[in-house]
Design a protein around this ligand. Structure first.
Ligand SMILES: [Zn+2]
Length: 155
């Protein structure tokens, strides 16, 4: 259980970075086996959504839904099922207020849309607030400074 909570914490930080960097378009990222994370490519459309845009050794994927839809789409569920990795979703354009959801292939409940394809509401993620990513976001947003600027948040 503590391991799952830890993965949620990492994913919450990754999603904050994703939304901070790409609030108006979908972007995918991956959690790596050593607990770090990295951004992948922008999501253009359709099936290539997540598969093939993250390293093969990733242990989880994350992407954002700028429009605010908190459900995992048919493509999202299909991709997660195909690569058998936990998928995270951040809905909304505000990195600090986005709704975070989690989908675990084979565990999380799914439903069928009118087209017969599986979708999922996912499960709510209760994670530690990613303070370092939030600080980096504020540095860029408010002060136009790099995350490692020695002046920090001071004027
Ligand atoms: Zn999606």
């Amino acid at each position: 259980m503590s391991e799952a909570v830890h993965l949620d914490d990492i994913a919450a930080a990754l999603l904050m970075r994703i939304i901070a960097q790409s609030p108006e378009s979908e972007l995918v990222g991956a959690v790596l086996p050593n607990g770090t994370y990295q951004l992948g490519d922008s999501i253009v459309s359709g099936k290539r959504h997540v598969t093939g845009m993250v390293p093969g050794n990733s242990i989880a994927t994350a992407h954002n839904h700028p429009g605010g839809n908190p459900d995992f789409s048919a493509d999202d569920v299909e991709n997660a099922d195909q690569i058998q990795r936990t998928a995270y979703l951040g809905a909304g354009q505000n990195p600090a207020l986005a709704e975070l959801r989690r989908y675990d292939p084979g565990f999380t409940e799914t439903y069928r849309g009118q087209d017969g394809k599986k979708r999922s509401h996912g499960e709510a993620v209760l994670a530690q607030f990613p303070m370092d990513e939030f600080r980096a976001y504020l540095m860029r947003k408010l002060l136009d400074r790099a995350a490692d600027d020695p002046r920090g948040l001071m004027r």
